[in-house]
Design a protein around this ligand. Sequence first.
Ligand code: AVI
Length: 335
Amino acid sequence: MLTQLSKGQLEITYLATLETLNNTENQEDKEVKNGLNEYKKTLPSKYFYDARGSELFEQICELPEYYPTRTEASILQQYAKEISEITGACELVELGSGSSTKTRLLLDAYQTKEELCKYVPIDVSESILKDSAIQLQKDYPSLQIQGLVGTYNQALTQLKATSLPARMIFFLGSSIGNFSPYDCDIFLNKITEVLEIGDYFLLGIDLQKPQSILEAAYNDSQGVTAAFNLNMLSHLNKKYQGNFDLNLFAHQAIYNTEKNQIEMYLISQQIQVVNLKNLDLTVKLEKNEMILTEISRKFNVDQVKKELETKGLKTIKIFTDPQNWFGLILCQVIE
Ligand code: AVI
């Protein structure tokens, strides 16, 4: 059952029922247990994002070494109008909308259109979605906002037919880089399943570049990314009554040149035993043993273009910055 909060032009729908939440929890428990029991230990990246983690991520986006956010913003600044002219009036659906900061650049461009624009932000975090939707409603009084609180999958399945001439789903920040190739494939299948012929997909991708630039972006000199990575352990301590000692782990991000991906690790500084009471789990870590907490893939535009094409998504235009560090691919569903 869906619950709704409706106020004038703003409507927020909660997609997760108690039942789905419980199932997800069991699934989540398994992911953490399995990850820590593997020979090469891993932890799911979603545990970065508790309230503190989301705050730290906002700080990362402002760091001098972390170029993706401001580079993508500069591309949007320059090309949002052109994007809106190519697509014409359409319903804007944003995956992982967060604070919707960069979205404003697109909304500004679409607001100048005659027809009323509709914005559908999708995020798992109820508080962030609600706060930013309320703020957006104040700043864009004629904008219709229909927020969906839930996972991408839940939300994409719930999209209703749009009364506007087309729909554009957009996924910014190179968040697609945090998916494994397998998950990326499933995700793109879902996108094409939801979109109709003539609809658009706008995808932000971080591009391949020298290793030194990439490693600096994920090992920043102020230690914010380290705090972000370590915060995952605090989050797990709270969730599972665990006893990870943050002082006994170090952060490191390494660029894997074969896989073209940044890999973020938490490295055990000594032999230690960790308990997660609520999972009934005891884990032994060797000195220097690494736990993989995130991959961030870096892309080649032509390869992504080809992959999108295999899904029936034809690239209409690629927008990039003068250094070719970040790309925005605008594609359209073709017959
Ligand atoms: C959210 N995601 C696109 C970020 C990235 O760059 O992969 C997460 C991040 N991890 C460390 N710094 C930023």
